[in-house]
Design a protein around this ligand. Structure first.
Ligand code: IMP
Length: 496
């Protein structure tokens, strides 16, 4: 059944990403939010994610508020769920931006048991990354790792704690104790510099003796609590009670390959961006979700460090992207050709054509070819329905390279009672960093379609080579392609 008819009978749809994030979730969330959903809920990640929304022809970048907020005026409810890392400073900033543009958020709900991001989380994230030097992870610096660490360590604060000053103050002191001890081993000037960043209100929380000014944090955060109080509620119960009655859209964040359960640890974020993490983060089980749509970009990107077998230009690209961003790259590299004989150049051309720069950090994203071993791995968790996004970015490619499988090229590696040996074929990626970084991709090279697909809305109108490319992906993975995205606009889709 075509997706557009099938969704009429569904109550729950999740849009997640099957790659390293940045696959264009916002566009599809916006599509389902506008034509289908009553409730739009996020349940994972935090301000490390970012999506660009268009309000009155102006671009607006949001990190925490779901893309569905633009439909608040239609009475749709937006939810920030319990699994999220919630920074109230950023929520208030984003709400102020919505105020400026006259966008209402009367129906926004925030989980009382969401994980509360506090100044110490940003400080620990940034100080730790700078200590790690060459071995850094390349985090977004939004405090994500430390806040989820505190949750697992049983010392985290929850969003509702801001509403009870005594509880907040007591829990804050307990929470700070181990961090202060750790910071004493670090360069005090570095700590001071980090604490004077604008994200930490230019030093408002800095105490030269104990690093953190407890009173300043208590005053500021209980103040935030007062401003947000009317939105804080039991969102788990709300979602559970809405099951089967309202149409609920679950908006994923990051991507499966960036998760700390199924991704390439340690170069990952600290939550589980799969359907399992998302369902838990809104108070449900994953089998409560009727349809899971896993987005797969027609090529791949990655931000930050970590193995990327199909990267155009390999280590050179990773080094280049570490030093470049949206603002300085074009000064040094102008007019790259998407069909160049030099793969590094092809990667730069794809980055420009696909506008592959971080929404949160503006960093240049590393680019590579579509990788089927990674997709097969992702589908073991996120199921078989996929959306292919940004297909049109490849419109001018003479050849389409797709990684069909890997050949392992590393030293012997014990895997349970088996031994992985040099030269062995791998069809489903193993995410262990030592293995993934020793995998040589074997490419299938298909002929490109060399036609503008951005105006096509029907599969039958796609050029033959484009259809062959889609058929190849289906044949080699067992995926069911439900939508092909052929441009940034909500209408630029082919429903399959
Ligand atoms: P963190 O989530 O800030 O701790 O960053 C950990 C890793 O995940 C880094 O490599 C980040 O670049 C990456 N990461 C986190 N959020 C996103 C995202 O929304 N898109 C792409 N990469 C991300």
């Amino acid at each position: 059944m075509a997706l557009i008819e099938e969704i009429n009978d569904l109550y729950t749809i999740a849009v997640v990403c099957n790659q390293w994030g940045d696959t264009g979730k916002g566009k599809f969330v916006d599509l389902f939010a506008s034509v289908w959903a009553d409730i739009i809920a996020r349940g994972t990640g935090g301000a490390n994610a970012g999506h660009t929304m268009k309000v009155l022809e102006e671009s607006l970048i949001m990190h925490l508020i779901p893309s569905g907020i633009l439909h608040d005026r239609d009475g749709k409810v937006n939810v920030l769920g319990n699994g999220m890392a919630l920074d109230p400073r950023i929520i208030l900033e984003e709400l102020a931006e919505l105020d400026k543009r006259g966008v209402s958020y009367d129906n926004l709900m925030i989980a009382r048991n969401g994980k509360l991001v506090l100044p110490q989380h940003l400080v620990m994230d940034r100080c730790k990354e700078s200590e790690l030097g060459e071995t850094k992870i390349g985090t977004t610096g939004r405090g994500i790792g430390p806040v989820y660490t505190d949750h697992a360590q049983r010392i985290g604060l929850e969003f509702n704690d801001m509403l009870n000053k005594d509880v907040f103050s007591r829990n804050l002191k307990k929470n700070l104790a181990d961090k202060v001890k750790l910071l004493r081993f670090m360069d005090p000037d570095k700590v001071k510099e980090v604490m004077h960043h604008e994200h930490l209100l230019n030093g408002r929380f800095y105490d030269p003796k104990n690093f953190f000014d407890v009173d300043a944090i208590v005053e500021t955060y209980t103040g935030y609590g007062k401003e947000l109080r009317h939105m804080i509620t039991d969102t788990d119960k709300f979602i559970q009670q809405s099951l089967g009655k309202k149409r609920i859209l679950f908006e994923g964040a990051q991507g499966l390959l960036l998760g700390n359960d199924y991704g390439s640890v340690p170069f990952v974020t600290s939550s589980d961006p799969t359907i399992r993490g998302l369902a838990k983060g809104v108070g449900l089980n994953d089998d409560d979700v009727d349809l899971v749509l896993g987005i797969v970009k027609a090529y791949m990107t990655r931000v930050g460090e970590g193995p990327f077998p199909t990267e155009y230009g390999g280590a050179e690209s990773a080094r280049w992207c570490d030093k470049h961003n949206r603002f300085n790259e074009r000064d040094e590299y102008n007019n790259p050709s998407i069909n160049s004989g030099d793969e590094f150049e092809r990667g730069v051309a794809i980055r420009y054509k696909g506008d592959e720069f971080g929404a949160t950090t503006n960093r240049s994203r590393r680019t590579g070819r579509l990788d089927l071993p990674l997709l097969r791995h992702a589908m073991t968790i996120n199921r078989e329905n996929i959306i292919i996004s940004k297909f049109d970015v490849l419109d001018e490619c003479e050849n389409i390279e797709i990684c069909d499988h890997y050949v392992y090229t590393g030293p012997e590696y014990n895997l349970g009672n088996k031994v992985l040996k040099d030269g062995e074929r791998i069809d489903v990626a193993n995410m262990k960093t030592e293995i993934l970084s020793s995998c040589r991709p074997v490419y299938e090279v298909l002929e490109g379609w060399m036609t503008d697909t951005t105006c096509i809305r029907d599969r039958a109108d796609l050029p033959l080579n484009a259809r062959k490319t889609l058929d190849y992906i289906v044949k080699r993975t067992g995926a069911e392609i439900r939508i092909v995205g052929v441009g940034p606009e909500r209408s630029q889709n082919i429903f399959m």
